[in-house]
Design a protein around this ligand. Structure first.
Ligand code: NZQ
Ligand code: ZN
Length: 390
């Protein structure tokens, strides 16, 4: 196990009707004028936005709104939010929604106090030292942004989808997590979220770091719980227990717990970010196509931990043939993804003829010549993985 620092200051307020505590939490963390950020309208249709605004008003907290954040959020809304936030002199940001809304709020939060272009932080030209405080009301378990210090934004110019990672500055002060708010999720979005949270665990699990038994078992146990709850929620979308476990799993998957002491490998996410940047597909569905392809490549080149994953997560019988075990685990993973309605090839994702030259070019332009740690990918390897996914 490697040395590590694990800093996770977010206050999680979990359970039924917890959104009614939003005003109390905003006050606790120093907010007096709030920028509410939301997406394409689900929170209007469900009545959640009105409920949150009403508790803020009752507590005497002023607010302004920025709506219309789209999935795979882009930079124009960040600039709009920075300008609005400065003009209105807001001192707190409250995203009400999923990863796209939260990530936009985070980019606005670092952009407001910074004199330069917020994009400097995403291209590594500057490091954020401060941010406007954020509290989250979560509506979809998926990206894990409610507990992470990350933000992922696409710059329209060049379709660059890049992430900013800064746990010390960007972890939310609080996250309100009411599983009932996820009853309205379409089956597709539920499945995309399940796939994304599984991927967040697996990007950490596939490591060469030794002596990570506790972290490995946390990963395997959480993956098994997600698989179990995924089957329950597919049959019964309003099962509170299943929704609650999935909501908490989405947070555990990405707040860092599953990777402490390990060298992580985010290749599948980075391969996927090029797909969702170019084709604007749901991030989770893109991962359902990319992750099995990455695993298949690894079964050939570095099968060890894939075989362990197959045995412990997918109950593949142990044998001395690691590659065969790995391939059987991948077969079971893909069959699970199909059972929750996810695609596992580009064609099933609706991309008949992916431009693999472009994806490989952008991947290495954005992430460097060799990407990842478990088995670093050069352009031959990344091309092969995109081709396996085809
Ligand atoms: O926009 P609205 O109308 O709200 O609808 C959303 C959206 O269409 C809908 N939705 C959300 N909650 C709902 C609901 N519909 C009905 N009922 C509800 N309760 O779901 C759709 C997807 O929302 P989005 O926020 O895009 O989903 P998600 O949370 O999966 O976020 C995806 C984004 O997060 C990034 C992804 O790349 C992608 O851009 N990621 C962010 C990470 C982070 N900050 O740590 C890590 C992840 O790996 C990921 O890359
Ligand atoms: Zn993700």
């Amino acid at each position: 196990m490697n040395n590590f620092t694990f800093y996770s200051p977010t206050e999680f307020v979990f359970g039924r009707e917890t959104e009614s505590r939003t005003a109390e939490l905003v006050k606790k963390y120093g907010g007096s004028k709030v920028l509410i950020v939301y997406g394409g309208g689900s929170v209007i249709r469900s009545g959640l936005l009105a409920r949150v605004e009403s508790v803020l008003s009752d507590a005497g907290i002023a607010y302004v709104e920025l709506g219309g954040i789209q999935p795979n959020p882009t930079d124009p809304k960040v600039y709009e939010g920075i300008e609005l936030g400065r003009r209105e002199r807001i001192d707190f940001i409250l995203p009400v929604g999923g990863g796209s809304v939260i990530d936009t709020a985070k980019a606005i939060a670092v952009g407001i106090p910074y004199e330069g272009d917020f994009w400097d932080f995403f291209i590594g030209k500057a490091v954020p030292e401060k941010a406007v405080r954020i509290g989250v009301v979560l509506t979809i378990p998926a990206a894990g942004s409610e507990g992470s210090g990350n933000s992922v934004i696409t710059k329209l110019d060049g379709l660059k989808k890049l992430s900013l990672r800064t746990p010390e500055v960007l972890r939310p002060a609080f996250a309100v997590m009411n599983p009932e708010l996820t009853y309205t999720l379409p089956a597709w979005q539920t499945a995309c979220g399940i796939t994304d949270m599984m991927a967040h665990i697996m990007e950490r699990y596939f490591t060469n770091t030794e002596d990570t038994e506790v972290t490995d078992r946390i990963c395997e146990g959480t993956l098994k719980a997600i698989i179990y709850e995924a089957m329950r929620v597919t049959i019964e979308p309003c099962n509170y227990g299943a929704r609650a476990n999935l909501m908490w799993a989405g947070m555990i998957a990405h707040n860092g717990t599953c990777g402490v002491g390990c060298e992580e490998d985010w290749s599948s996410h980075f391969l996927e970010h090029e797909v969702s940047a170019v084709y604007n597909v749901s991030h989770g569905a893109g991962l359902a196509v990319i992750f099995p392809a990455w695993l298949t490549y690894m079964a050939e080149h570095h099968a060890g931990k894939v075989a362990q994953y197959a045995a412990r997560v997918w109950d593949v019988p142990k044998s001395t043939d690691c590659k065969a075990m790995a391939l059987e685990g991948i077969r079971r993973f893909k069959s699970f993804l199909h059972s929750i309605g996810m695609p596992v090839t580009f064609r099933e994702l609706g991309i008949e003829h992916p431009d693999i030259d472009l994806l490989v070019k952008k991947f290495h332009e954005n992430k460097g010549e060799r990407v990842g740690n478990y088995f670093p990918l050069d352009s031959k390897a990344s091309r092969e993985i995109y081709e396996i996914a085809n």
